[in-house]
Design a binder for this molecule. Structure first.
Ligand SMILES: *[C@@H]1O[C@H](CO)[C@@H](O)[C@H](O)[C@H]1NC(C)=O
Length: 211
């Protein structure tokens, strides 16, 4: 069988790592860009990253909205396939849809952009958004929208490009946000979050103090 040199080398490497009983490294497409999809180069994942993710997210920061796609390697246990919505204030929210998979290049396609239902559902959560801080008091109130029925308190570090800083945030979220565990490394459309704290509780109706 005649194969181009690059393919022959790849096949040989895969045959060898299978033969030696080593975990063969996964390859994923890696990119970040505006819009419904992005395309980039294939990358061999670090040994502890056993999944590829494709995530499309709509974020609003102080009322400025944008749609971004993100593709990368990540840990399968930290990866959630599906829809996540979080709301801190009416102008600060994120909705995303993601697909996690575990074969080479399986994230090269796209996922449908998330539905963004901004209709208030009557539930509320303590709210705050504190970049550069480890905790935040939640003295404001977030009004939950669409399918958001839970309150989150996430804190840790956030990586934005070359900047890595502490952050804390509290607000409303879909139950799917409760899959996130402390220690997880989770992407949003723009940032990579390293979570030290990931609390998640049922939201209360407006008259309760969601604590
Ligand atoms: C949007 O959310 C509201 C409140 O939860 C709900 O009543 C409504 O059915 C949702 N609309 C759609 C199109 O999902």
């Amino acid at each position: 069988m005649r194969l181009p040199g690059r393919h022959r080398t790849l096949l040989l490497a895969l045959a060898l790592c299978a033969l030696l009983g080593l975990g063969c490294p996964l390859s994923c497409e890696v990119c970040r860009g505006p819009g419904h999809t992005c395309s980039g180069r294939m990358k061999t994942c670090e040994a502890d990253k056993d999944a590829c993710v494709v995530l499309v997210g709509e974020a609003s920061s102080k009322g400025r909205k944008s749609l971004t796609t993100f593709k990368a390697c990540m840990k399968f246990k930290d990866c959630y396939s599906g829809f996540v919505s979080t709301t801190m204030t009416p102008g600060d929210y994120m909705v995303s849809n993601a697909h996690c998979c575990q074969t080479d290049g399986c994230n090269s396609g796209s996922v449908p952009p998330p539905l963004n239902n901004r209709t208030e559902n009557g539930l509320t959560c303590p709210s705050c958004l504190a970049p550069f801080h480890e905790t935040c008091p939640g003295t404001q109130t977030a009004r939950c929208v669409g399918p958001e029925t839970h309150c989150i308190y996430f804190a840790g570090n956030v990586q934005a490009g070359i900047i890595n800083t502490k952050f804390a945030m509290r607000g409303c979220a879909t139950p799917s946000a409760c899959h996130t565990q402390p220690g997880a490394e989770v992407p949003s459309a723009y940032y990579l979050y390293f979570l030290r704290r990931a609390d998640c509780d049922r939201a209360l109706y407006p008259l309760g103090r969601g604590e």
